[in-house]
Design a protein. Structure first.
Length: 274
């Protein structure tokens, strides 16, 4: 789903590193285009398969891989916060890592601590709602077209983390606990996303909430896709394995991010300030 905004950049957006009489406040997240949703779904798929790959085949276990990926995420987020404007490689690396970490948070609660998926799904939903409430109370907006301050960026990444954790728990709840299977779950989440899009175009559904609902739902959509592709045929998967699935999706992500970094088609400057 492509989100239109008055902040949409032209195809020849000015260089955010340039200086002039006025210093601009630049949006730290990409324009919401088809590229955004493709890469986001691919990142969620990689988050699912990479977490399984590192925890099992690399022999790190859930605890070990959780510590490693959390440390890597912290380093990349520091780099992301230090940038003056949106940089496709840094931003999407942060999304890919936060996808893995969000998956691992949910998996640790379920597998290591025995927390029921129903409870973890409810808890993550409450935590995400709390982030949105505090964010709105402080900034008076949840729009991702003006992530141009440290405060807004902090709320944004915290919300993203909880959307991944919530999406993981909800996806596992539907696919495994409810027994729908990976392919059926994929179809269910795709249908719900389609319903959100239809509501927007026919009923004028609020664009901000449409974005965040779609952002949450693309997590279990991508996870179901990853599980369907990687899991053995005996478990209703295609049997490609986590290695092949992860490498394939990472290659596509890399190609798209390089393209966006060169063309800067998804760069959106926020309002200029004196």
């Amino acid at each position: 789903m492509t989100q239109n905004s008055s902040h949409t950049a032209s195809s020849a957006a000015p260089d955010p590193t340039s200086t002039g009489d006025h210093r601009g406040r630049w949006n730290k997240v990409p324009q919401i285009t088809l590229y955004f949703w493709i890469i986001k779904v691919l990142c969620t798929t990689v988050g699912e398969t990479a977490a399984d790959l590192l925890a099992s085949k690399a022999g790190l276990g859930l605890t070990g891989v959780s510590l490693l990926m959390s440390a890597l995420l912290a380093v990349v987020l520091v780099a992301q916060f230090r940038t003056r404007a949106y940089r496709a490689p840094v931003y999407w690396l942060a999304v890919a890592l936060i996808s893995v970490v969000g998956t691992l948070i949910s998996d640790n609660l379920t597998d290591n601590m025995g927390v029921p998926l129903e409870l973890s799904t409810a808890v993550f939903a409450v935590l995400l709602a709390a982030v949105f409430l505090i964010w709105y109370a402080r900034e008076k907006t949840l729009s991702i077209h003006s992530i141009d301050t440290t405060s807004r960026e902090a709320f944004y990444w915290l919300a993203v983390l909880f959307t991944f954790a919530l999406g993981t728990a909800a996806g596992d709840l539907v696919a495994e606990r409810m027994g729908l299977g990976y392919l059926t779950s994929l179809a269910v989440f795709a249908a719900v996303i389609g319903a959100v899009a239809i509501a927007h175009f026919t009923l004028g559904f609020d664009a901000v909430w449409r974005f965040w609902i779609a952002y949450i739902l693309t997590r279990p959509l991508g996870a179901s896709t990853g599980d369907w592709l990687s899991q053995p045929t005996a478990d209703d998967g295609l049997g490609l394995g986590t290695v092949v699935t992860s490498v394939l999706f990472l290659a596509v992500i890399l190609a798209l991010v390089v393209y966006l970094a060169v063309t800067r088609k998804d760069t959106t400057p926020a309002a200029q300030v004196s």
